[in-house]
Design a protein around this ligand. Sequence first.
Ligand SMILES: NC(=O)C1=CN([C@@H]2O[C@H](COP(=O)(O)OP(=O)(O)OC[C@H]3O[C@@H](n4cnc5c(N)ncnc54)[C@H](O)[C@@H]3O)[C@@H](O)[C@H]2O)C=CC1
Ligand SMILES: O=C([O-])CC(=O)C(=O)O
Length: 329
Amino acid sequence: MSKPAVRVAVTGAAGQIGYALLFRIASGEMLGKDQPVILQLLEIPDEKAQKALHGVMMELDDCAFPLLQEVTAHSDPMTAFKDVDIALLVGARPRGPGMERKDLLQANAQIFTVQGKALNAVASRNVKVLVVGNPANTNAYIAMKSAPDLPAKNFTAMLRLDHNRALTQLAQKSGTAVKDIEKLIVWGNHSPTMYPDIRFATVNGESLEKKINDDVWNKDTFIPTVGKRGAAIIEARGLSSAASAANAAIDHVRDWVLGSNGKWVTMGVPSDGSYGIPEGVIYGFPVTTENGEYTIVQGLDINDFSRERMNKTLAELEEERNGVADLLK
Ligand SMILES: NC(=O)C1=CN([C@@H]2O[C@H](COP(=O)(O)OP(=O)(O)OC[C@H]3O[C@@H](n4cnc5c(N)ncnc54)[C@H](O)[C@@H]3O)[C@@H](O)[C@H]2O)C=CC1
Ligand SMILES: O=C([O-])CC(=O)C(=O)O
């Protein structure tokens, strides 16, 4: 007998990330090849956006995905989020050349108060929320604060793209395979202040830091390359990352729901006070996942260099949070 379907909401479903995401969810790449899904798609109440959404739905129909049980189109989050088990909050304005992600805060913050309230009102009480729309950490914080009846731990922000970017940079530098690298961390904000930390990373069990043995590369090339990769993609493509962002969203939710098998992955999650990060701040942490729950990896030594980096990205998150305090009153 087949499993009951999981209801997945995707916002910004007619956007570029949506187009790279929906077909993979429907084919079972996110929740498993035996897991039927229902897609509840949200777009703005604008004729052009709704028409484009219907075009995407026609294409979903034309794929005849065996796991796709139903697809519905919405312009109101109160119907889009009804009973959803998973909500991927992608819909928001992307940045253009020369902008930082936090420049989007004023334009996008309002979206996440409205959507947080709607999740609070109508979603499954166990809904797992992934915020992709930028600035992702602070938008996740806004949604979490706007949904006081839902578990705060269920609101997460996407740092998996940064984690995946860092993996490939490390594999290329060390001449090793991405699949053999473990215990990488990206601390903090999805912004250029993020801190990709290789001190615990291993490749086939061996220290990657020792294998690379190049502190100057780590500090002056690796950390800024990962931090500024989003801007480099915008510069090259004229548009922000879409396929790689969708891929990271699939990875994030798949690992959260199906487990990471002991591997560390980076998720932006509300701090529980670990590593001196104030409770509630949505911060990139190393986690392992099992049975639909994540656990922050504990007991890691934080040296002076790391503490400085971790504090810098924290300070930026606190500044962003203060900037939206009025919205959350
Ligand atoms: N966290 C991460 O790692 C990444 C985040 N992003 C962010 O993801 C967001 C989406 O990017 P793209 O898909 O490239 O943008 P896009 O402009 O192609 O699509 C966004 C879609 O969201 C819709 N939308 C806007 N407000 C909405 C609302 N209130 N409810 C529902 N839908 C709404 C728009 O109509 C549009 O179709 C941007 O904020 C971008 O900066 C992008 C890449 C990586
Ligand atoms: O850089 C951007 O604006 C889009 C994004 O978040 C990324 O690619 O990391």
